[in-house]
Design a protein around this ligand. Structure first.
Ligand SMILES: Cc1cc2nc3c(=O)[nH]c(=O)nc-3n(C[C@H](O)[C@H](O)[C@H](O)COP(=O)(O)OP(=O)(O)OC[C@H]3O[C@@H](n4cnc5c(N)ncnc54)[C@H](O)[C@@H]3O)c2cc1C
Ligand SMILES: NC(=O)c1ccc[n+]([C@@H]2O[C@H](COP(=O)([O-])OP(=O)(O)OC[C@H]3O[C@@H](n4cnc5c(N)ncnc54)[C@H](OP(=O)(O)O)[C@@H]3O)[C@@H](O)[C@H]2O)c1
Length: 318
């Protein structure tokens, strides 16, 4: 798989600058077309935040100019550069460089269609912040790299990963797209692709986030499609009221529409959080099937298995 070098063309906040959870839209551009497809993702090469490397050196009283040997290549590096470019810092929290694991690229779903954007790739990135072992507020490595280190115009190195299990359905096939949070990224790409293809199949997007006025990503794009009758949009803003409302609650409310779409041969796509959301959504699908068909849980699971086997239930979760 070959590496591509692109350029950061654009970075903009989709949430207020002081939002508790911040999300950005990125565009990276290239001189010659790259044959990507909606559903694909890219793995971006990142470097560690300078302040975290400085912090590590100070904490473990190490000299930045110390010579070290790269564990894999056996090349000689200056410690500071080695820590910035090569090492997963969480693997050497105890200061023992012998335990260093490599710094890995980070994956992001492509949020654009090649048909509309042949010379660029759009990304939707939530900035990952957490409290570290010393009780300090830290940013994830790629989050820091994409938000702080990279400047517009800087090179971005990445590999393209094809995902043939997660592709826009044929032009006349209805699509049900369930994508809370950054899970909505590939669905912007899917919808752009369908518009570019003049596809006739109905589109239904279920999107959820914290609050409507701060976290409704690509609001204008989705609402414009809805106004034109090209998209059915169901929204679940979990923190706009006392009780949580999630995408699966919208599915429950619209069970008739769900089975109507499925009767017409729809494909269901689920993208986003793997740990909780995807499980909750698939369990809801099972329960709705049980209720509709007076079926047992085993029959409902078998139904989901057969949907998956026939590629009418496609997951891209992380
Ligand atoms: C196929 C795929 C597609 C994806 N698509 C998207 C997408 O479209 N948009 C998107 O935003 N994300 C996407 N992701 C997730 C993305 O790849 C990254 O995992 C995410 O951005 C966080 O990366 P990071 O480097 O900023 O955080 P990392 O540095 O990897 O940190 C992640 C977490 O590890 C823990 N951690 C790290 N260091 C420490 C420490 N020192 N002490 C304690 N805890 C620590 C924290 O909990 C932190 O939140 C996707 C992932 C996959 C696999
Ligand atoms: N470390 C964590 O605790 C944690 C938690 C979630 C996601 N993540 C990871 O963070 C990354 C980005 O996530 P993101 O910001 O795009 O989205 P997200 O954090 O998954 O949140 C998007 C929306 O989904 C809601 N949600 C929470 N639990 C849900 C469930 N069981 N079913 C359906 N919806 C649910 C959230 O509501 P509320 O937040 O109001 O409950 C929010 O409205 C992903 O890699 C994900 O795996 C980490």
């Amino acid at each position: 798989m070959s590496k591509h070098i692109a350029k950061l063309l654009k970075r903009e906040f989709l949430t207020p600058l002081d939002a508790e959870k911040k999300t950005i839209h990125l565009e990276i551009g290239f001189d010659s077309a790259i044959p990507y497809l909606p559903g694909d993702s890219i793995a971006i090469d990142v470097v560690n935040p300078h302040n975290q490397v400085e912090y590590w050196l100070k904490k473990h009283q190490r000299d930045r100019d110390e010579k070290v040997i790269h564990r894999r290549t056996q090349e000689e590096w200056k410690l500071y550069d080695y820590l910035i470019q090569c090492v997963n810092l969480t693997s050497i929290q105890d200061g023992n460089l012998d335990r260093a694991r490599p710094l890995m690229p980070r994956f992001y779903s492509i949020a654009s269609s090649n048909l509309l954007h042949p010379r660029s790739i759009h990304l939707l990135v939530t900035i990952d912040e957490f409290i570290n072992e010393d009780n300090m507020l830290m940013m994830g490595v790629a989050s820091h790299f994409l938000l702080k280190t990279l400047a517009v115009g800087d090179p971005v190195s990445f590999k393209l990963f094809a995902n043939d299990h997660f592709r826009v359905a044929s032009a006349n096939v209805p699509m049900i797209m369930i994508g809370p949070g950054t899970g909505v990224a590939p669905f912007k790409a899917f919808l752009e692709e369908r518009i570019a293809q003049n596809a006739t199949g109905p589109n239904w997007l279920l999107f959820g986030e914290r609050n409507r006025n701060t976290h409704f990503y690509y609001e204008d794009f989705f609402q414009d499609l809805e106004k034109k009758g090209k998209l059915k949009l169901s929204l679940a803003f979990s923190r706009d009221q006392d009780e949580k409302i999630y995408v699966q609650d919208r599915l429950k409310q619209e069970a008739d529409t769900l089975f109507d779409f499925l009767d017409k041969g729809a494909t269901i796509f689920i993208c986003g959080d793997a740990k909780v959301m995807a499980k909750s959504v698939t369990e809801t699908l099972e329960k709705l099937y049980q209720k509709r068909h007076h079926a047992t849980i085993d029959e409902a699971r078998e139904w989901l298995r057969s949907l998956k086997a026939s590629k009418r239930l496609c997951l891209d979760v992380y």
